[in-house]
Design a protein around this ligand. Sequence first.
Ligand code: P6P
Length: 283
Amino acid sequence: MANKNQTLGEFIIENQASFKYTSGELSRLINSIRLAAKVVNHEVNKAGLVDIIGAAGDTNIQGEDQQKLDVYANEVFKSALVNREIVCGIASEEEEDFITVHGKHHAHDNKYIVLIDPLDGSSNIDVNVSVGTIFSIYRRVTPVGTLVTIDDFLQKGSEQVAAGYVVYGTSTMIVYTTGYGVNGFTLNPAIGTFYLSHPNIQFPQSGKIYSINEGNYVHFPQGVKDYLKYCQEEKEDRPYTSRYIGSLVSDFHRNMIKGGIYIYPTSTIGPKGKLRLLYECNP
Ligand code: P6P
């Protein structure tokens, strides 16, 4: 029986041995993400009170307007990862290219790389809708001690050693997996500690929520259009419920807890004239 009074730090230590690459590095990596999440949470929660919301004037590699909090969150996560000399490389949605971590003490000897979207859904910041951080951790494939290359970042999803997100919502949570189940930790802001609030999260066996931007319907492949009509017909346990807040982390988190699917179909022309990749999370 999971101990809901267990802190994230205690959970990491308790489960470190079960991780197949038992090493303090991954634990220290998750701890650095925990620290950065608390720092970003502090700013996100007071965004409306200080001059930190609104566009930063640049665009990121996806061509999206960079919001000031995007830039801030990127710097916070980068420094938390670099300063602790845990990773040998970082790829961030807010950076043009991947970052080779040099560090003071042979960071190239580190085994892990991190891919991150420091603040996804940031267009929602100005309208007080929840946003999130998304991270993925791999072991490098190039020789330890050398500089990372693009090959370290272009690995299959099945090669991830850990992945997760931070959702800055009605409460702030870190949800992650190292391949042995998914666990959610909720921040107690009064003491700055994350507690195991959602042990062993699993999608319900069935779900009735579908999340998609139906404004792009005309661009959807026919199969997606057919699926939407299936969700909307009055038959059996349908119609299902449409929920979409335009913030992937929150839409995904809700659907994982309640049961549902998040779909971002491939389309010929996405809203920003870009070929959008398929994000499909199956219940
Ligand atoms: P659209 C936010 O920019 C994001 O990356 C996801 O968080 C969100 O689900 C999606 O894009 C929203 O995209 O095209 O529906 O505005």
